[in-house]
Design a binder for this molecule. Structure first.
Ligand code: SAH
Length: 398
């Protein structure tokens, strides 16, 4: 049985937890400093000694764990977790019944009531991501519970926390029957090659499903599309299927080339009619300017941080510059799809970046649509960082 430690919380936090706050910040109590064992239960108590809520201890970024119940009889048992996962499945019935989509998020951490762990479904395979050693300490019950509520062929996982200073696991297979990757999954009828046992990424970012669909149905027909930071070319595939005249995919990683070719090919698109470039996006902008190339649609979906040979890119510091460069290769009345999954700023701040970039370039614009996380990525309303995805479709007016 996992140990339980009582933590007296400062009065200013008491109401917050009564109202459903789940995150446990370091500032909650100096008593957290003396807890050393990941996974231990934390009973949050009022200064008067009354029980408020129970969480577990798990270091995750700046956090110290997550509250999961306000019922003193509840622990992370298989029985309780089964109910938690069944509820999550219940909320996603539309997706479970959508024959055209076989890959989506089944459980989204704090957005579904237990922070630190997510579960994605890729056909009949699950991918579990563990964000702290603390939640990983409870893995057996979590695995038993998910297996009990949903028939799975295999479970793979990614550890998103450091063990001995490192992240890397050579083999991500956990339970079930080993799978021959890549497998093909469907999303809105579009096919993707996916590999759950090949490094930190799987081939597709599931949270952009609706954005991809909007690009296909409303922004691609007869257009030239530049997909910057294209990875496996998911946006390009949707654009091509939506009738784009041509797509150009740009990514620094050498592997993006064969992966993008494969994604086009499984969808019956002639990849040779598309442009796929392995290069730094910023160099590509210089090249496009020199050649006077411009695009009707420019998709910007950079990683939050990236280190290339020449520079360190950070969304926080460099998004305005990125937008300014993109603007110079966007046609008049063209559309920039600006995206970021950086949780350190919100939509309001992102829109300020957009405003600043257009202002600097003496351009005017109109916001056509904005997107946040889709229904299978619910966020915790009391913890704004969990509402990380921001996508804005911006039309350049002059
Ligand atoms: N838009 C993609 C996901 C992008 S992931 C999708 O929809 O699937 C971020 C990608 O940016 C990675 O593939 C990484 O190789 C690439 N990248 C990082 N820095 C880059 C740079 N300076 N130029 C080009 N690509 C870069």
């Amino acid at each position: 049985m996992t140990e339980t430690v009582k933590i007296t919380v400062d009065q200013r936090f008491v109401t917050q937890y009564y109202e459903g706050y789940q995150h446990i910040p370091g500032s909650l109590s100096t008593a957290l400093e003396s807890v050393t064992e990941e996974g231990i239960y934390l009973d949050l108590m009022t200064p008067e000694g009354l029980f408020i809520a129970r969480g577990y201890y798990g270091h995750q970024n700046k956090g110290y764990g997550w509250v999961f119940t306000r019922d003193q009889s509840v622990y992370l048992t298989v029985e309780w977790l089964r109910k938690l996962f069944s509820d999550a499945i219940g909320k996603r019935q539309r997706l479970f019944h959508d024959d055209e989509t076989t890959a989506f998020r089944l459980f989204n951490g704090e957005g579904d009531g237990l922070g630190g762990v997510t579960i994605d479904l890729y056909n009949d395979c699950a991918l579990i991501q563990w964000y702290s050693a603390g939640i990983y300490a409870h893995r057996d019950n979590i695995l038993d519970a998910i297996e009990a509520v949903y028939p799975l062929k295999a479970i793979y996982h990614k550890k998103r926390f450091k063990e001995g200073g490192k992240y890397i696991d050579a083999d991500d297979f956990v339970r079930g029957e080993r799978v021959d990757f890549p497998i093909l999954v469907k999303e809105n009828g579009v096919l993707f090659n996916v590999d759950l046992n090949d490094g930190p990424m799987t081939g597709v970012f599931l949270d952009q499903r609706e954005v991809r669909q909007r690009i296909k149905e409303a922004y691609s027909h007869g257009k030239t599309v530049l997909n910057a930071f294209s990875y496996t070319g998911a946006f390009s595939v949707y654009a091509a299927l939506g009738g784009a005249d041509k797509t150009t995919s740009v990514d620094l990683a050498k592997r993006s080339l064969p992966m993008t070719i494969a994604q086009f090919s499984v969808n019956g698109i002639d990849f040779e009619a598309q442009d796929i470039r392995v290069m730094d996006v910023f160099n590509y902008f210089d090249y496009a300017l020199k050649k006077q190339l411009s695009y009707d649609v420019v998709i910007l979906d950079p990683p939050s941080f990236a280190r290339s040979k020449k520079r360190v890119f950070s969304v926080q510091k460099d998004y305005v510059t990125l937008l300014e460069q993109a603007l110079q290769v966007t046609t008049k009345e063209g559309v920039i799809v600006a995206s970021t999954n950086y949780s350190g700023f919100d939509m309001k701040k992102f829109k300020q970046f957009i405003k600043r970039a257009f202002h600097n370039q003496h351009a005017t614009y109109k916001i056509l649509e904005t997107h946040a996380q889709p229904e299978d990525f619910p966020f915790d309303r009391t913890f704004k960082e969990s509402n990380y995805l921001k996508v804005v479709f911006i039309q350049k007016l002059n």
